[in-house]
Design a protein around this ligand. Structure first.
Ligand code: BG6
Length: 474
């Protein structure tokens, strides 16, 4: 629909940006921190750094937050490292870890920046992983206890909580995100194990939502999966149906459970058909029904197109020459490229209109307020001879997405915040620190830490105006 006039962003809209602990903090073994699955990794893709120093935010958080304040951040979405709070996942609480996050939160409040806290962003304690990770039911109780430690410590200071970052990608891309059990040999066993992990995370998340509401009825909590609508590659009814299927498996399985406390019917049928249905414990159904989110947060990067399965055993297709972007599953749907979309330097399709489509779809399904916790462009940014980063491509990317967000608001969707990825340069999940997402440049290379100086990019100046004006002015 084309509108004569757009609705403005709501007053008090939470503009800011996002990071996660292991990608930005460094100090991997300081002040009693335990090892996470990230720290325990034995190898990294060729030519990419480890996460030991990252952007050294642990030591520079004051300087970073002062810079966020100068740019006009209204909010900052960051994650707490479980292993700083409870080094072995479920044992002693580490006072130094608690003290660190009190300092971060206090510093944000001092600058009138609203903290949005992710409780768990890919960095499971290695001690839990060694006992089977999320496959082991004991991880559910460990997470619930960790969540309660966080609520008891920070509940008076933090109003917005996010449970688990991108749970759906931990299941769908288990190999890349470390949830896939390498000891299992068959594809069927691997997937069955992943869907059991998924069930445990669902129960753990529901417990956290339930407990926050009991302790802090006025605080807000939500899930933070990666959601993007799936397109049919053509208008062939079979392709349209494949898109329905994959939407259920990729998106609605996670949000139906978080928002309604029930398994999505199609996704459940998929698990039954493939033999992946999880084992449930008595009481799970009640816990899942009881834990309810106040909002839905989601990360949006790009959409995907799919075709009907050809039944030839080759439905999994690599999109954009990047094996991290593989999609398709034999007998379910076939991955397809979308010829209508440009791509980033890393092969990811850029789809701002898909952002509006996704916002509308989520709103229509759940009628819960929406928060966009990640959206951004990874690029090989370079400092020029004037010590500036001319990242006009990132400005274009953000502008197009913010325009579409405003159109979605005009469509009637309730959106209350936007925290693109990332506040400052950090280490990408798999492509090192040369794949930069930040508004603020961090002066380091893959293996040369240089001086880790912070330099706001051209996009930071531009986004600062957006935050100040509560929207785009041109
Ligand atoms: C999201 C994650 O999947 O995308 C982040 O929540 C991640 O942790 C971001 O960094 C960008 O992906 P990547 O693989 O380019 O780092």
């Amino acid at each position: 629909m084309r509108y004569r006039e757009l609705k403005p962003f709501p007053q008090g809209f939470l503009w800011g940006a996002s990071t996660s602990a292991y990608q930005v903090e460094g100090a991997w073994n300081e002040d009693g921190k335990g090892l996470s699955v990230i720290d325990a990794r034995e190898s990294y893709p060729d030519g990419t750094t480890d996460f030991k120093v990252a952007s050294d935010h642990y030591h520079r958080y004051r300087e970073d937050i002062a810079l966020f304040a100068r740019l006009g951040f209204k909010t900052y979405r960051f994650s707490i490292a479980w292993t700083r709070i409870i080094p072995d996942g479920n044992g002693e609480v580490n006072a130094a870890g608690i003290a660190f996050y009190h300092k971060v939160i206090d510093e944000l409040r001092l600058h009138n920046i609203e903290p949005i806290v992710t409780m768990y962003h890919f960095d499971l304690p290695q001690a839990l992983q060694a006992k089977g990770g999320w496959y082991n039911r004991a991880s559910v109780d460990a997470f619930a206890r960790y969540a309660n430690v966080l609520f008891d410590e920070f509940g008076d200071k933090v109003k917005y909580w996010l449970t688990i970052n991108e749970q759906n990608l931990m299941i769908l891309q288990g190999e890349a995100l470390g949830t896939l059990d390498p000891k299992l040999s068959t594809q069927a066993d691997k997937k069955k194990n992943l869907y059991q992990q998924n069930h445990h995370m669902m129960v753990a998340q529901a417990m956290a939502m339930r407990d926050l509401h009991t302790k802090y009825p006025h605080s807000k909590i939500g899930p933070a999966p990666n959601i993007a609508v799936i397109y049919p590659a053509t208008s062939k009814p079979e392709d349209v149906q494949a898109a329905f299927n994959y939407n259920a498996i990729r998106n609605w399985l996670y949000l139906d459970m978080a928002a309604r406390g029930e398994y999505n019917t199609l996704a459940w049928r998929y698990m039954e058909e493939k033999g992946y249905t999880p084992e449930m414990m008595p009481g799970d159904t009640e816990v899942l029904k009881r834990g309810r989110p106040d909002f839905i947060a989601f990360n949006y990067y790009t959409t995907q197109a799919v075709e009907a399965s050809r039944g030839d055993g080759n439905d999994e297709v690599v999109r954009g020459g990047n094996k991290l972007l593989k999609s398709g599953e034999d007998g379910v749907h076939r991955g397809a490229a979308n010829p209508h979309l440009p791509r980033t330097q890393f092969g990811t399709e850029i789809d701002p209109v898909g952002f509006r489509n996704t916002l509308r779809e989520i709103w229509d399904r759940y009628h819960l307020p929406l928060l966009i916790t990640e959206n951004g462009l990874g690029a090989f940014d370079k400092l020029d001879e004037n010590e500036e980063v001319q990242d006009d491509y990132r400005i274009d990317f953000l502008r197009l997405h913010i325009e579409q967000m405003q159109l979605a608001i005009t469509d009637g969707v309730k959106v209350f915040g936007y925290t693109p990825w990332s506040a400052l340069d950090l280490i990408s999940t798999h492509q090192g620190c040369s794949k930069r997402y930040g508004l603020i440049y961090v002066n380091r290379d893959e293996f040369d830490l240089k001086d880790l100086r912070r330099i706001p990019k051209k996009s930071a100046g531009w986004y600062s105006e957006v935050m100040k004006n509560n929207g785009l002015s041109d």
